[in-house]
Design a protein around this ligand. Sequence first.
Ligand code: SF4
Ligand code: MG
Length: 327
Amino acid sequence: QNRLLEVENLKTYFHTENGTVPSVDGVSFHVDRGETVAIVGESGSGKSVTSFSIMGLVSPPGKIEAGHIRFDGTELTSLSERKMRKVRGNEIAMIFQEPLTSLNPVFTVGHQISEAILLHQDTKKAEARKQGIAMLKRVGIPRAEQVYQSYPHALSGGMRQRVMIAMALSCNPKMLIADEPTTALDVTIQAQILRLLKKISKEVDTSIILITHDLGVVAELVDRVIVMYAGQIVEQADVYTIFKDPKHPYTQGLLESTPKIHELHDELKSIRGVVPVPTNMPTGCRFHPRCPHAMDICKEKEPMMVDRDGKAQVRCWLYASEKEDVG
Ligand code: SF4
Ligand code: MG
């Protein structure tokens, strides 16, 4: 079976004093084995909450209200916390934006990576050390023996992120979720880390979900792109189609606000307006207050996701007719 992850009509809501926030509101997508998929959107689009839902890390006032998350044949939404913890450690790993907050400052890198290995493998300490150092070398850390004995704060941001990736991979996960893994790093280091992720996904056949606000970083890394806006997927397509022929006005706006390497002197446009207040979503299409193509119907009726020549899916009235939407 080629399908590793299947998310179906996922709804994760946060019940706050100010009302219900539909952070993830009817999201469906899949990830195949060995595939690399990006989830792209501005902050507040629901991309991180989607990943937290998959990891079983949503806690009150947040709640998965509806939908399915099937991972490698198992329905995750109904697993006990004990079983979910096993999935998190062994089968799905996650790396975050700022490794300093996920690495423990009082223990050496070696201590933390060998603990991670010992947690998942029945092996001796000396063997875990050997594996840990090998793992650090594998993620391109020079003088791995020395780094193994260092404390996290003694390392640069890029090195810390490499350590996090090594730790995440030490349990041999089927899927790696990387949430803004390079946002805190400078541009050169960003590119190095992304190249490393790509290399690893090829070598170990791990599927990757890359979560980012920056469409620019995904171009050379992923197979497919999912664009989220205000809790919904508004477009998904293979990476080539997204860059060559973006359909949704929001995707087009994201692309226009993404710097292109060869057009350094171009002025970047930004998408006008701001993301909606989630407790007070716009009627109809949630993007309509910001959309340069908004029509009357956009304010009244929510567009459905429609398929475009089997290549892309887009949620926009420019590509759907009201007839298609009936039923
Ligand atoms: Fe713009 Fe209308 Fe399409 Fe929404 S449905 S993105 S408002 S054209
Ligand atoms: Mg986020």
